[in-house]
Design a protein around this ligand. Sequence first.
Ligand code: ATR
Length: 270
Amino acid sequence: MTKLLGVIGDPIAHSLSPLIHNGWLRDMGFDAVYEAMQVPAGELSSALETLSQRDVLGVNVTLPHKTDALAAAKVASDAARKIGAANTLSFQADQTWSATNTDAPGFLSALGTFDQHTDSFVILGAGGSARALVYALCQQGANVVILNRTVEKAKSLADELGNQTTVYASIDQYADYIRHASIVINTTSMGYSGQTLELEQGQGRLFFDISYGKAASRSIAQADASGWRTLDGLTMLVAQAALSFEIWFGEAPDLEAGLRRCRRALEAVS
Ligand code: ATR
């Protein structure tokens, strides 16, 4: 019997997850299909109930359901509980859901190696995405500055998930903090409204925008032009997908193949 997988969110039509996962399912010969499922806010539980009547193996969960996904699960990983959000649910033999968060390790995998003693991070934004990043970095003992438009949210995030070295401030002060950072990560949604940062010369430092496609293209192009090494969110998207896939199937898929398919799909629409 063909197993069912998918991603639940709203909006969901533009999700690249079906492309990524169905590619891997074909490559690796698993008898399963991965679908995009549009489910409005507040209706995750009933959607999961419906899915549990079918041959479901698991689902990814994205906005606006990541907090509800954690609440719907009987068991949850430590990371999902601390972050307060889950992006991966697996349907268990006892007919309950188990929750994990692969955004945090997916982010670390995309980031690559860093030195916790000499590298210093500036994270722009303190929303849902920033939570997983701050958790992941602070677990590794990294030095993190959280800058946000609403300073109280940066403070709550630092208090909740930061470590002893975590600092927070207003995003208005980004130029001052970026001067002393070796890695700058943009998690804000400002790119969606066409806004960009004015970055000083990067001199080979890393600028990582966790969005991708049009939302990231202007900030990435400007950072490139100012001498930063750049990374967009596609690598992180594929890395978190690969970790979910591995939870469901026990085998790691080909990251490069996933990335290639995504880049091709985005080029086709740009
Ligand atoms: P996500 O889950 O993608 O992190 P979110 O929780 O809505 O989305 O968070 C969006 C982040 O972008 C927030 O940090 C938000 O700042 P506020 O907490 O002050 O709202 C930030 N953001 C959105 N638009 C921004 C803008 N124009 N300038 C600066 N920060 C912005």
